[in-house]
Write a protein that binds this ligand. Sequence first.
Ligand code: PLP
Length: 428
Amino acid sequence: MTTSGDGVGSSAYAFDVERIRRDFPVLKREVNGHTLVYLDNAATSQRPVQVMAEITRFYRDSNANIHRGVHTLSVEATDQYEGVREKVRSFIGAPSASEIVFTRNTTESINLVAHAWARAFLEAGDEVVISEIEHHSNIVPWQMLRDERGIVLRHIPMLDDGTLDLDVARATIGPRTKLLAITLMSNALGTIVPVGELADLAHAHGARVLVDAAQAAPHLPIDVGELGADFLAFSAHKMLGPTGVGVLWARGELLEAMPPFLGGGDMIATVSLTESTWNEVPHKFEAGTPNVGGVIAFGTAIDYLQALDMERVRAHERELTGYALSTLARVPGVTLHGPLDPNLRGGVVSFSLEGVHPHDVGQVLDSRGVAIRAGHHCAQPVMQRLGIPATARASFYIYNTRDEVDALEEAVRETASYFGFTPGATVA
Ligand code: PLP
């Protein structure tokens, strides 16, 4: 085990939440007279001091552009940036570091596949299958492609408990399917999708599988081989890293066959005034100066998570989620959305409080220092399916505790009494 900080070290029991919390100074902050309880991790995580120190170190000691200079700083920056590909490769169990493309975020990674792969290889009438619980970033690019190219967009529906209807999935994925684009974990409900099973189905019909791992990569152990993914997309900012850094992993042969996404510097081998040839993979997909410092600091975030061990991260969050589900279920007027079994969901608990709009829940909780999300969570089809405009959503990470879940419960109870809720009253 590597020693990357105060919270993550060589102790026999590495997963020590109190020690981890010391690496996140923001958790000591007062918000509205209360110690912050940060439960908006599905939107973005906090960053440990190690990641912040790495950003400072890079700009203080090694800052230079990459792949361009022969001077020492440029070579150092290039080595550090390229070294993070290997860390990402190992984190997701990919065969080769050259299959790791750095983007700005999950959204850009999915758009890269829609632009470069789908526009080159899909024709009118070909089918792309998504699900009803996707984030907008795994819906809108396919609708745009449908409108431009005449592909057919189909979806796997959600059942009442927030899981997917696998019977319909079996009937939907078929010989015309060219791509299954599916989330591994829903940001709105926490549902963990049996992607491996669906990927087998898609592959049996010769389709490719794109996995949106924006929520899964920060919270679950990931192995692209076991998942059966052909493309995998995720964002650094949800997993202790900086904003503005994302990853697209794709099978090497797919990256080789795909045309570039954006044109410009660094993605070329040669340029004349009449034509250009492309750089080798993955550089072919990284046009222009990337977020060099951000990628390097993302490497530190990955070190941090790997030292913790993703199995333990998952175990911690499953325990906390189970506790939150049972705690909130006891609050009169609370309806929990999504699967009630913590084995079927990640650390996301979406709920409604009878008679109170989720935004009001969010505001009252904020006045007590509890940060949650209220809204449609960029998953409007989920809200449409539930027949509600929005939910309140608490989401957990490595530094959250049972005491914080208790603070959440207390604040939700106070919200109910603040709005004069009486169980069974009509929703306003
Ligand atoms: N997919 C899922 C499941 C998400 O939860 C999110 C962000 O919340 C995204 C995609 C988009 O991520 P980003 O905004 O980092 O591109």
